[in-house]
Design a protein around this ligand. Structure first.
Ligand SMILES: Cc1cc2nc3c(=O)[nH]c(=O)nc-3n(C[C@H](O)[C@H](O)[C@H](O)COP(=O)(O)O)c2cc1C
Length: 235
């Protein structure tokens, strides 16, 4: 499969048809292609255009395995909590409570179990000194800073899609940031935003399940009427 950008893929199809890919063929992704993906992704927006993303291309197998080991512990906790019907690690429920009420098992995970073989493994970090965290002084955990990093991550995955590649973003490693920081020599003041896996997809999912607009859009206030239209060409 070629990795030239597909001029036939229009923006709307890309937005609506870029599903997560977690299984990759053995075909490698050349550095030139990875560079081209990063070169597209860098046009992402960020607060003040400060572009606080930093990327580590993790090539070393031992480092990959170590990262996978850190992700494994978080994944097991995640699955155990999710199996109780709760959303794991929300910033509302105390994590300690979540973790003492469940017993982690070992659920297969293609990304973690085959981390040495994934063609591209990237750790994306954020230089916190470049990010305005507008909600940092509120009486809850901040969220807005991610808005300066995740558009870059998504651009990267869209760029991959445009070349017939696929991938997925995960945030598991952020829970093990102190250990990962030592492993990757992450400087103080930097945060791990995610790990991105990219390669040639075994299967490219394009029919994505998402809630309709009416399910998440309201008029005027949060207890307002759902925002909807009568459509004739519902897709
Ligand atoms: C912030 C974030 C974290 C995610 N973490 C993981 C993860 O840890 N493992 C994983 O396999 N997928 C992860 N995903 C991918 C989601 O599972 C995926 O986007 C969602 O299930 C929808 O599936 P689809 O994109 O194939 O339609 C993550 C996605 C986002 C945006």
């Amino acid at each position: 499969m070629g990795t030239e950008p597909n001029p036939e893929m229009d923006l709307r199809s890309a937005i609506r048809g870029t599903g997560s890919v977690r299984q990759f063929t053995d075909e490698p992704v050349d550095d030139e292609i990875l560079y081209a993906l990063l070169d597209d992704a860098r046009f992402a927006p960020s607060g003040g255009n400060r572009q606080g993303w930093r990327v580590v291309v993790v090539q070393d197998i031992a480092t990959r395995e170590a990262i996978g080991g850190l992700m494994r512990g978080v994944w097991d906790d995640y699955i155990a909590i999710a199996s109780t019907g709760n959303t794991p690690f929300t910033s509302i429920a105390p994590s300690q409570y979540e973790l003492t009420t469940v017993t982690p098992g070992k659920t297969p995970n293609d990304l973690i179990d085959r981390i040495a073989e994934v063609p591209v493994v990237l750790v994306v970090a954020a230089d916190l000194s470049l990010i305005s965290m507008m909600d940092k002084d509120l009486d809850r955990k901040p969220i807005t800073g991610g808005g300066s990093i995740y558009p870059f991550c998504w651009n990267l995955l869209l760029a991959a899609r445009s070349r017939g590649l696929g991938g997925v973003l995960t945030t598991l490693l952020a829970r093990a940031e102190p250990e990962a920081a030592a492993l990757l020599r992450l400087p103080p003041g930097f945060a791990i935003a995610g790990t991105i896996f990219i390669g040639h997809p075994v299967h490219q999912p394009t029919r994505l399940k998402r809630r309709p607009v009416e399910a998440f859009t309201v008029i005027d206030r949060f207890d307002g009427e759902a925002f909807g239209i009568t459509h004739s060409d519902a897709e």
